[in-house]
Write a protein of this length. Sequence first.
Length: 533
Amino acid sequence: METKPKILIVDDRIANLISLEKVLQDFDVEFVRALSGNDALKATLHNYFALAIIDVQMPDMDGYETVELMRTVERTQYLPVIFVSAIYSDEFYISKGIESGAVDFISKPIKPAILQGKVKVFLDLYRQAEQLRQLLHEKEQTNKDLKEAKEKAEYATYTKSMFLANMSHEIRTPLNGIIGMTEILENSELTKDQKKNLEIIKISGENLLSIINDILDFSKIEAGQIELDVFPFDLEKQLNTVYNLLKFKADDRHIYLKIEIDDNVPRYIRSDSLRINQILINLINNAIKFTERGGVIIKVKLSTKKNAGSIIKFEVQDTGIGIPKEKQGTIFQNFTQADASTTRKYGGTGLGLAISKKLAYMLGGEIGLNSEPGKGSVFWFTVKVEFANADEVEKDVENTGVEVNFSLFKVLLAEDNIINQKVGSMVLKTLGLYCDMVSNGKEALKMQLRNHYDVILMDVHMPEMDGLEATGEIRKYYALHTDKKPPVIVAVTANAFKEDRDRCIAAGMDYYLSKPFKTNDIKQVFKTIASNR
Ligand code: ADP
């Protein structure tokens, strides 16, 4: 409910107060009377006034002194004051009045029409100021509500993504055990049938892992937790890696897979090569999956737009089933497939294109398709890049010809999961590496200070003391004991994101391996370590 504006009237004579109220009786206001300056100050403590009409000549504290005191308090600092004085015509009183912050004067005896006119002006101003205050208040409230709603939504997305991240982590740990063990079993003596069955276990495990990775990736992108990792790289080499990775799938389906790179496409560029690979693999996998006859061509072109820097366009062209026009708009949405029956026939989660779309935008580009049912599809995406030169691109360790005698390394494996311990140690064994094992960071620290290993493969999530903390402690020790050779610490974790990698490096780890343990990855890391020794 709107309250009436209040007017403070101050005069040492009650009769004057009554006559003031009478003159102003037509205004819809509430009067608060004060018989002295002191009374007036008291009244301002628990009232908010629109205006004060104050008699100048009062015993004890006169009107000027009263207003001077009011100006020192925030609440009444800007309170409009009309002085009422019998001797206002005196220059001295007027200037003193202005100094003390009066806004207007009126002389006694009061002329009703003049006082009413002045009061009306002040009340109008007051009402306008009130409206403004109200508007500001409402705006503040709306902003607050919006902020709260935004925070709630962000929190919900964050919890969802954390839930998915934790869940997929939990699923991945035993899954890594399964995949790792199949890799080891593959290298043992098996009958033909056993080999075939093992292959099925391996493929199923890898499919499950890629679905979980998709869900994790998607939720992380959605929660804004993915950063690009931009560095110079050899585009041609990357494309060959992708090609080699997928060529056998095309061969399996008896279709061709070709790459055509335009001559003007620079070989060395600066962008996030992993994310480009991820999109390419998604699109090529789809193209192979949905093509029975013919094949798939990957085309790479340079298209430089005005003011847009250099743009590289990747096209994945297939001769497969194609996509009807009405479905083309929706397939980039999460969990959407062109035709529900394709899930049964071809599998998939419907997340690949949604992830690819988000990644393409993150890379400064776009994504799209042209397709005709029965004829095939062309999926394309663009990426904003900078040119780089060969010197900037790190030399590949594999090409340095380092031959490593793995048995020379003293290795400690810190891993709390027994299955992963077993898989890890067996993979190391296939490389001729024997390791000691511990199951938490505390033990890792103790064993390291006792045995001084050359390399520690350190799980990040462990009970009692996690891998990051243990690394910190180990680094502290070696900083004080410079006569001893510090170990190389390799982070081993199921979280394959740059943020996780950055945290490991920041904690003092040197390299990064993502689970599941793969013989080749471990070999690569040890080759790098050997070449840097
Ligand atoms: P999925 O895991 O189901 O493949 P995607 O997001 O990668 O998820 O693809 C969504 C849907 O788009 C697929 O289920 C399929 O219906 C359609 N699609 C994608 N690529 C192709 C293609 N090259 N040819 C025909 N249909 C395709």
